[in-house]
Design a protein around this ligand. Structure first.
Ligand SMILES: Cc1cc2nc3c(=O)[nH]c(=O)nc-3n(C[C@H](O)[C@H](O)[C@H](O)COP(=O)(O)OP(=O)(O)OC[C@H]3O[C@@H](n4cnc5c(N)ncnc54)[C@H](O)[C@@H]3O)c2cc1C
Length: 565
């Protein structure tokens, strides 16, 4: 990629905040570059519950964050309607025993009053008002609920595919002139007189090429990596309370609603339908480790299962395909437990720390990324002396315009409705561009991933147009290898397509395939036990044994950053 001599702004980090800020800056006409060390959405933005919610829970501690999240959630719905889906929540109330029965009867109206208070915020994001359900109604809607409930209260939120949200922001930024570098690590700052930050030293993880990128303002949007990066490169202290969270991912929609349960320590957790499966989450614990090394533990899995089996007793019989773990970049506060910490954010100017030209952000949520990005871009513009208003709440994200009906596209491209519907969900009004590849070659109609489902054409489209540099990146663009088989049936074919598109040699293509297999297995071991573990070991043996993949290739594929020759 041909880079500019100097940028107005360089943004570090390709999560939802980095891509959102890049979009906003580029839309205001700033010469913008974004640098991400792995793939887009590799950090917290790819490991969350995918809720574009108002945060009913925050209402207890931080009503302003709930209000702002609801407003921003409303905007996100307007600019990316294709990427959002309703998630109805159900709060079931168990009957209790003995004297507990009376207490539980009083709990139902109290919960209802709380949900009623949330209704006025929820309306800001086009949410449905709460409803109170009798026990019979609750069982009809959610047959797997534990017996003995006295009723339930519902509310509704919005869910999204956070990977696509990041990609859509990055595409929009590029279409407004930004340069996006993925798999490129920031290794240091360029400093000038009086400690001024004048740009970045970066290294391409695939080619090993190092270069310097000059920028008038540098914005650090590296989420939970912020304290480490700022200490190492800027000699600046930024305090966070990073909070580790894990989710269990199920192979199917175990429930119809997001069902709320209480954990042993009184925290709320939930199990909810997500995409073609379900997710159970989440934990929230102070985390002191390296965000690159975060992993779920067996203990955390047990904590979540114990909680949810109180309301869905069959939960242990369902198949967990993996455990995903991430770190929240929560704002630092002393003396509060993790759940009570504010989910708001702060834009920090490091001029006062002896690093003029360097800004960073602490905190934030997926649900309010647009608002955070606007504040960040306002500050960047202020420092550059540019006066241009934000338009990210008015202009749709790529694909956000009205999409043609699935039946029409299905007829036009000879594809079944369920396949077309998924393409529309991921690409919105641009679905026709994706499907048009079937005219180039009818093999592009074939399904590569049957779980999700994903066609050869969609893979090729993503590889060509959506910042894909490694095979594992197509997973986040298309959900190929994210379904119930976790890539067992589709990775080899996806690897062939990637190799064709990129002109890779067989040994290079094998490294890509092993990389994706390893990525899938990473989150599995903690989730599996007994016979499931044995099945998984056989599965690995088939790939590594019959596939003839040797340990040296495994190490390289693990993303050691070794240049691909
Ligand atoms: C378990 C969990 C559940 C959550 N659920 C929700 C939810 O349902 N709704 C909600 O609103 N929020 C939720 N959140 C919070 C939300 O996900 C985060 O606040 C948000 O994604 C933070 O985005 P970010 O862009 O700031 O950081 P990140 O997404 O972490 O992005 C930082 C990026 O910086 C990159 N980077 C790091 N170092 C370098 C370097 N040297 N050079 C270049 N790039 C670098 C990383 O690779 C990473 O991609 C959840 C978070 C977690 C962990």
């Amino acid at each position: 990629m041909q880079l500019h001599q100097e940028y107005d702004v360089a943004i570090i980090g390709g999560g939802v905040n980095g891509t959102g800020i890049a979009r906003d800056c580029a839309m205001r006409g700033l010469k913008t570059i974004l640098i991400e060390k792995k793939d887009l959405a590799s950090g917290a933005s790819g490991a969350n519950s995918g809720m574009i919610h108002g945060g009913i829970r925050y209402l207890q501690h931080d009503a302003n964050t709930t209000r702002l999240s609801c407003i921003d959630s409303g905007y996100i719905q307007k600019i990316a309607p294709h990427l959002l889906f309703r998630v109805p929540f159900m709060f079931p109330i168990p009957g209790g025993v003995g004297a507990g029965r009376v207490k539980q009867r009083l709990l139902l109206p109290a919960v209802e009053a709380y949900f009623a208070a949330y209704d006025k915020y929820s309306a800001l994001k086009n949410g449905m008002p709460h409803t109170r359900l009798s026990a019979g109604e609750a069982y009809t809607l959610e047959p797997r609920l534990a017996r003995g409930m006295i009723g339930a209260v519902t509310t509704d939120e919005w869910g999204t595919d956070p990977f696509r949200l990041c990609v859509a922001n990055a595409i929009s930024a590029r279409e407004h002139g930004a340069d996006i570098l993925v798999h490129t690590e920031v290794r240091g700052l360029m400093t000038g007189e009086h400690g001024r930050c004048e740009g970045l030293k970066v290294r391409d993880a695939l080619t090993g090429e190092c270069r310097e990128i000059r920028a008038r303002v540098t914005f650090c949007a590296v989420g939970p990596w912020t304290p480490r990066m700022m200490r190492r490169f800027g000699d600046v202290e930024v305090k966070l309370r990073p909070g580790k969270g894990i989710h269990l991912v199920y192979d199917r929609r175990v429930v119809n609603h997001a069902v709320i349960a209480y954990a042993v320590d009184g925290r709320q957790v939930f199990i909810m339908p997500h995409e073609n499966g379900a997710i159970l989450g989440t934990t929230d614990d102070d985390y002191y480790g390296d965000p690159d090394e975060v992993k779920g533990t067996r203990d955390e899995v047990e904590y979540l299962l114990q909680a949810v089996e109180q309301v869905i007793p069959s939960i242990r019989q369902h198949r967990v395909t993996r455990v995903m773990a991430g770190v929240r970049p929560t704002l630092h506060e002393y003396g509060k437990n993790e759940d009570a910490l504010s989910r708001s954010h702060r834009i920090l100017d490091h001029a006062g720390d002896g690093r003029p030209g360097l800004l960073s952000v602490a905190g934030g949520k997926l649900a309010s990324y647009r608002e955070l990005s606007q504040e960040a871009a306002d500050e960047i513009c202020r420092q550059l002396g540019v006066e241009r208003a934000c338009r990210t709440h008015l202009e749709k994200l790529p694909g956000g315009d009205d999409a043609p009906p699935p039946s029409e596209l299905g007829r036009e491209f000879h594809l079944p409705a369920n396949v077309v519907e998924r393409v529309i969900y991921r690409h919105g009004s641009r679905a026709r561009d994706v499907l048009a590849l079937t005219r180039e070659d009818k093999r592009n109609r074939a399904l590569v991933c049957e779980c999700e489902p994903v066609t050869e054409g969609e893979l090729r489209y993503s590889i060509r147009h959506e910042f894909v540099r490694r095979l594992t990146d197509v997973r986040k663009r298309t959900r190929c290898a994210m379904g119930s088989c976790q890539g067992c049936n589709c990775i080899a074919r996806a690897g062939q397509i990637f190799a064709e598109e990129r002109g890779l040699r067989p040994e290079e293509s094998r490294i890509e395939i092993i990389g994706l297999l390893q990525e899938r297995w990473k989150g599995k071991s903690v989730a599996l036990g007994g016979p499931q573990l044995a099945v998984e070991e056989i599965n690995q043996a088939i790939h590594f044994g019959l596939g003839g993949m040797n340990p040296g290739e495994r190490a390289r594929a693990a993303g050691s950053g070794e240049p691909r020759t």
